[in-house]
Design a protein around this ligand. Structure first.
Ligand code: UD1
Ligand code: UDP
Length: 357
């Protein structure tokens, strides 16, 4: 068996690294292809996890369009598949790398294994384009690795063959466990913030920044730490609205250990990220999700995510309640992590090993 793993962005790499390690540990011929959708955010991670690409398609352009990502991966991966000749392509999640890589494999009639399958918001424009990327990848994939039973049920409702779906837990917990010993938590009066979703560009992003500014003024004893995503659409709004506020610290993206350390040291996380909605529950850290929907409803049900929307007043109200109601705050720390036990990668590779290619 020869496996090609295609990855393009920071969260895909963070979550697929345990699978690549497990494939290699079992002596399976593994080719790690990096589409280069994120030129800067992945490089430090390759060094940190000591897993480097065998091929780099190097597609990133400044302020790239979704059409650019999809079309350039489709063309360049088509050629790479002819050279590498894998029997299986593994993709992760919901990015345009995920979808374009699946489509390229389909055109060569190479089966696709989809890790983190079955998450759905049921709104085709939110998250955009991720909901459609994930749904289209499910149409193409031969093997569906669903983190939770809820994710499996979404796939079953779409008519996916039950025999092709495997509930494994989310590999993000495997990664968290890989780095756990290096995390040195020091609890601080601190709020950690990230925001980058395309559907939040413009007015929602202005509302999010307005909420951060209002909270920073209302709670001057707290520090608001914000590693800002390099996307120019994010930076222009964040720099215009949050520069010069004493207790708001705008910083460059952090390496993984530094970021998880800041997360576990914080009282609260404000984010529109997908992966952070899974990591924070693993540590019992409350998260205010600055989105209108979430495909991670397990965290809301478990009581660790608050789905606040993107209106300034709603985000501020959710944070104020957490800061001023200790019993309410304490209930979040007690919530149990719904995303797995840290053995998802082993389960995925177990299932792949018994398939015949
Ligand atoms: C992408 C994914 C999104 C995922 C996110 C994780 C798509 C369409 N979007 O969104 O699903 O949640 O990654 O972070 O697949 N940039 C850099 N250096 C980098 C990365 C990005 O400068 O290392 C800048 C570039 O100007 C680039 C822009 O950010 O054009 C946008 O990058 P892109 O991958 O298109 O979108 P993300 O918002 O990162
Ligand atoms: N992350 C990081 N440094 C940062 C911000 C995030 O290492 O400065 C990690 C975070 O721990 C999580 C992943 O990046 O594992 C989330 O990526 P992102 O928010 O870009 O994408 P999403 O999860 O929304 O697809």
């Amino acid at each position: 068996m020869k496996v090609l793993v295609s990855v393009g962005t920071r969260p895909e790499f963070i979550k697929i690294v345990p699978v690549i390690r497990e494939l290699k540990k079992r002596g399976i011929d593994t080719h790690f292809l990096y589409t280069g959708q994120h030129r800067d955010l992945c490089r430090p991670l390759f060094d940190f996890f000591a897993v480097h690409p065998d091929t780099d398609l190097d597609i990133m352009k400044d302020n790239q369009s979704i059409a650019h990502i999809t079309s350039s991966i489709l063309t360049r991966l088509d050629a790479a598949l002819d050279t590498v000749k894998p029997n299986l392509v593994i993709v992760h999640g919901d990015t345009s790398t995920t979808f374009a890589s699946s489509l390229a494999a389909f055109y060569k009639k190479i089966p696709v294994g989809h890790v983190e399958a079955g998450l759905r918001s049921h709104d085709r424009y939110s998250p955009f384009p991720e909901e459609m990327n994930r749904s289209l990848t499910a149409r193409i994939a031969a093997y569906h690795f669903a983190p939770t039973t809820h994710n499996r049920d979404n796939l079953l409702r779409e008519g996916i063959d039950p025999a092709a779906i495997f509930v494994t837990g989310n590999t993000v917990i495997d990664t968290v466990k890989l780095v756990a010993a290096k995390i040195k938590t020091q609890k601080k009066k601190q709020v950690l913030i990230t925001a980058h979703r395309r559907e939040n560009f413009g007015e929602p992003m202005r509302q999010i920044c307005g909420a951060i500014a209002e909270l920073a003024r209302t709670f001057p004893d707290r520090e608001f730490v914000y590693p800002v995503h390099p996307n120019p659409n994010v930076r222009s709004t964040v720099n215009a609205l949050l520069t010069g506020i004493n207790n708001v610290r705008l910083i460059e993206p952090l390496d993984y250990i530094a970021f998880i350390t800041e997360m576990t040291s914080s009282e609260l996380v404000l984010t529109d990220s997908g992966g952070i909605q899974e990591e924070a529950p693993a540590f019992g850290i409350p998260v205010i999700v600055m989105r209108r929907e979430t495909e991670r409803s397990e965290g809301v049900d478990a009581g660790t995510l608050i789905l606040a929307g993107t209106e300034q007043a709603d985000i501020v109200a959710a944070a104020k309640r957490l800061f001023t109601d200790p019993a309410y705050y304490a209930s979040f720390a007690k919530a149990t992590n719904p995303y797995g036990d840290g053995h998802a990668a082993e389960r995925i590779v177990d299932k792949l090993s018994i398939q015949t290619f």
